[in-house]
Design a protein around this ligand. Structure first.
Ligand SMILES: Cc1ncc(COP(=O)(O)O)c(C=O)c1O
Length: 417
């Protein structure tokens, strides 16, 4: 880092400031995490220098022997974790992975069916601003208004009526278990393919703490940077029957040279995911979310779907007279980072939103446990019930600071400079 400081002080300062921000804030964004220093080192390594278009032992460039080694290790380890027949570790990120999955199974204009964004789905599951909504005909399923969970009976009825080519099972803001076996039954009945996007829950699936979609899905996609605690990227897993087509859509269909430094970092993440500590970490992620559920209920917050089975919670703030936007902004003043989020059937526009989404993966990576989660809920409550009081927010910020100091983040980076 000292070399960077000399060469480019402005970028050095920005990186240093970001380290300071990450250390001094309570990171509750459900899709973020702090990977290990080894993952960061691999990601920042000279593996990024090499063009390696193609796949191991079938490259369009010379000098790829170490690229092959790294990519094969990544695949081998990912297979041990997820028991998938075929894995492609090259996708650049979650959206391109979904693109390759859809292109493999459907043609332009075919119907795809995904969970609606305001009900917890992702933009790439058919939203009109995404390629998925522009290039396919989209039918969205929703959560039930009363239970706020997916109703597989109405999902089946909709599928029978619309006869989609693909049903996408997966979410960005869904706090309950996804039943991939039920999705498969519906797909079989209507003749649809099943794509499972486990971006959010991949770490839980890897640790055996959420049902795996692998036995039921034609194609499974996942980002690697959320609960999985890897670099910002993605992988695709599929049945052998789709292997060739998936590989062709990933390269040369969607990208040119794979990002080999990121593939190296994914391999490191997968090695970590095979260690017993990884399961303990994922268990703690869930315990921490449960602890927040209990404490927030105790403080009279309404939780979407009445709680959580995984790493995230959606808090409906309407009874507290605060919007998601106000909550996000006032919590940020106390160094607590969350994102505003629509709740199902939200009367507010997404920019304002009636709720916030909170998740435990990042704080669990810092070593925080149930006791700290309880404390954080009371701190959040102090802010949310006093959003006009600068003094109270300042006091909360001091307590946040103490908590952050007690759980140091990336102490190794102090030696790097
Ligand atoms: C379910 C799901 N799929 C796909 C993505 C997109 O991933 P990326 O931002 O890496 O393209 C996300 C990101 O939040 C997600 O939650």
């Amino acid at each position: 880092m000292q070399l960077l400081k000399k060469a480019d002080p402005e970028i050095y300062e920005a990186i240093k400031s970001e380290l300071g921000r990450e250390r001094s804030n309570l990171e509750l964004i459900a899709s973020e995490n702090f990977p290990s220093i080894s993952v960061l080192l691999a990601q920042g390594s000279l593996m990024q220098n090499k063009y390696a278009e193609g796949y191991p032992h079938r490259r369009y460039y010379g000098g790829c022997e170490f690229m092959d080694r790294v990519e094969e290790l990544a695949i081998e380890r990912a297979k041990k974790i997820f028991s998938a027949e075929h894995i492609n570790v090259q996708p650049l990120s979650g959206v391109p992975a979904n693109m390759a999955a859809y292109f493999t199974l459907a043609n332009f204009g075919d119907t795809i069916m995904g969970l609606a964004l305001p009900h917890g789905g992702h933009l790439s599951h058919g939203h009109s601003v995404s390629f998925s909504g522009k290039w396919f005909k989209v039918v969205h399923y929703t959560v039930d208004q009363d239970t706020e969970v997916i109703n597989y009976t109405t999902l089946r009825e909709l599928a029978l009526q619309e006869k989609p080519k693909i049903i996408v099972s997966g979410a960005s803001a869904y706090p309950r278990t996804l039943y991939f076996d039920k999705f498969r039954e519906i797909c079989d009945e209507v003749g649809a393919y099943l794509v499972a996007d486990i971006s959010h829950i991949a770490g839980l699936v890897a640790a055996g703490l959420h049902p795996s979609p692998i036995p039921y899905s034609d194609i499974v996609t996942t980002t690697t940077h959320k609960t999985l605690r890897g670099p910002r990227s993605a992988i695709i897993m599929c049945k052998e029957k789709w292997a060739k087509d998936v590989d062709k859509w990933v390269f040369p269909g969607i990208h040119g040279g794979p990002h080999m430094h990121t593939i190296a970092a994914k391999a490191v993440c997968f090695k970590e995911a095979l260690e017993p500590e990884f399961k303990e970490y994922q268990l703690q992620v869930i315990k921490n979310a449960k602890s927040m559920e209990m404490e927030l209920k105790h403080l009279n917050y309404r939780l979407v779907a009445n709680g959580t089975d995984n790493h995230l919670l959606l808090v409906d703030l309407r009874s507290k007279g605060v919007t998601g936007k106000d909550a996000e902004e006032s919590l940020a003043r106390a160094n607590i980072t969350v994102n505003r989020n629509t709740i199902p059937y939200d009367p507010q526009k997404p920019f304002i939103a009636s709720g916030i989404r909170i998740g435990t993966p990042a704080l669990t990576s810092r070593g925080m446990k149930e006791q700290e989660m309880k404390k954080i809920c009371t701190l959040m409550d102090k802010v949310l019930t006093n959003i006009q009081s600068e003094q109270i927010i300042k006091n909360v910020k001091e307590e946040v600071n103490e908590l952050c100091n007690a759980f140091p983040l990336y102490p190794e980076l102090d030696n790097i400079g």
